[in-house]
Design a binder for this molecule. Structure first.
Ligand code: ADP
Ligand code: ASP
Ligand code: MG
Length: 406
């Protein structure tokens, strides 16, 4: 079998963890498999590199940030190759440049466009274990890009798709996908299986166990995907097109704390204003999520929306710079908010789900700032200090009601 195995930051955090993972990789190789490994930077390396950059220049260009951040993954692959060499097995580490992992040019949030498999296949033919840097690509200028936080999952799935791997295993610090982040909700249940669509929804709403783009790719190329623990042999969660179990009303609850809310107050109540605001932001590649428009005084209105915290500063600057054109009174923002979402394919046909969710939040006295619903999810925006409590309340409410989460 050709297997792609991805190990996240905590799985390779120190020498002991690297040696342990090296043994896992070698065991799979000894069974006769061709093994391609994708690694993240060790532990908190990426955060530490960001801090280092901030000490020198908090407004560093995204190009130079990518140049810096990509070094974290390069350290990991070299160290892992050394650990496998020590065990006496043939191994080679490669970065995105060497593997020709081509991406778009959007620094800090690039997308993989293509991967040339020649080098990797040659190394596999030579019986090497191939260790590849996650999270990074090269653009058409051959400059280094990164794929967005958590992007190593996407590197792994893209490689699995392109190489036609039989299996893509994502090894992490939990033993699978749960009905909610098990660090927040102690009663969360591990799922044996989840569909690509449900996983995509959970990942997009903040369940960082998988990078959302990795799930998109897995669905598109029908990659055999498993999330499992790098510390134990537990079975893990299979992510696939169809699952055996019945459709549930609610499959999971997700918390996303990487959220900021921006309010543009006193804009003229005339056609085209929303278009102007959001097209300015989209030109700067800033994604907007929850949007609320409310009626203000004197034929004016207020438009509020959420962006990621990393984009908040730039979004406000862009709007302020266009104050004349947009004709608003003022802008305010709040970085201390979070989204809590319930996800489930069964919601579409069950109106009771929304009211249960609001009741759960009301029961614990949490104020809801914004709401957004779709066929398979309900999202509320709350103060970030309330987010974990809201998640527990919502999760427990559905569990208590016997609405089989998971
Ligand atoms: P890695 O470094 O291995 O990529 P991440 O920290 O990116 O690991 O993702 C694993 C973490 O995702 C877990 O430690 C857990 O706290 C969090 N998480 C969030 N939602 C879920 C969920 N529904 N199921 C499992 N883990 C989740
Ligand atoms: N090292 C990168 C990050 O911390 C990528 C990853 O871990 O997937 O976001
Ligand atoms: Mg991750």
């Amino acid at each position: 079998m050709l297997i792609v195995k991805k190990f996240g930051g905590s799985s390779v955090a120190n020498a002991e963890r690297i040696n342990h993972v090296a043994q896992t990789i070698v065991n799979s190789y000894k069974e006769g498999n061709k093994v391609v490994v994708v690694l993240s930077a060790q532990g908190d390396t990426t955060d530490e590199l960001i801090e280092k950059a901030n000490e020198i220049n908090p407004n560093a260009s995204k190009r130079e940030m990518d140049m810096l951040l990509a070094t974290g993954e390069q350290q990991s692959v070299a160290l892992m190759a050394m650990a496998i060499e020590k065990l006496g097995y043939p191994v080679i580490s490669l970065n995105a440049f060497q593997c020709k992992i081509y991406s778009t040019s959007t620094y800090s949030n690039a997308r993989i466009k293509d991967i040339s498999t020649e080098r990797i296949n040659n190394e596999l033919e030579r019986k090497n274990i191939v260790i590849i840097t996650g999270f990074q690509g090269v653009n058409r200028h051959l400059d280094v890009t990164t794929l967005g936080r958590g992007g190593s999952d996407t590197s792994a799935v893209a490689l699995a798709a392109k190489l036609g791997a039989d299996l893509c295993e994502i090894y992490t610090d939990v033993d699978g996908v749960y009905t909610c982040d098990p660090r927040i909700v102690k009663t969360a249940k591990k799922l044996d299986e989840i569909t690509y669509d449900e996983m995509l929804e959970l990942a997009s709403l903040g369940a960082k166990v998988l990078h959302n783009r990795s799930v998109e790719l897995a669905k598109k190329y029908s990659v055999n995907l498993v999330v499992r623990s790098s510390m134990t042999d537990a079975e893990g969660t299979v992510v696939k097109e169809d699952v055996k179990v019945e459709r549930m009303l609610v499959n999971g609850v997700a918390v996303d704390k990487d959220v900021a809310r921006i309010a543009v107050m006193g804009v003229k109540d005339e056609p085209g204003i929303a278009f102007k605001i959001f097209s300015l932001l989209s030109k700067a590649k800033i994604s907007v999520d929850l949007i609320i428009q409310s009626i203000g005084r004197d034929s004016s209105k207020d438009i509020s929306f959420t962006v990621t915290r990393g984009d908040r500063k730039e979004a406000v600057e862009i709007l302020e710079a266009n104050k004349g054109k947009l004709g608003f009174e003022s802008i305010s923002y709040n970085d201390s908010v979070a989204k809590v979402s319930a996800v489930g394919a069964g919601m579409a046909t069950n109106p009771g789900v929304a009211s249960m969710m609001f009741e759960a939040i009301y029961d614990v006295g949490i104020n809801v700032k914004m709401i957004s619903t779709s066929e398979i999810k309900i999202t509320v925006l709350v103060s970030d200090k309330d987010a974990d409590r809201a998640a527990v309340a919502i999760h427990d409410k559905f569990m208590d009601a016997g609405m089989q989460i998971g």
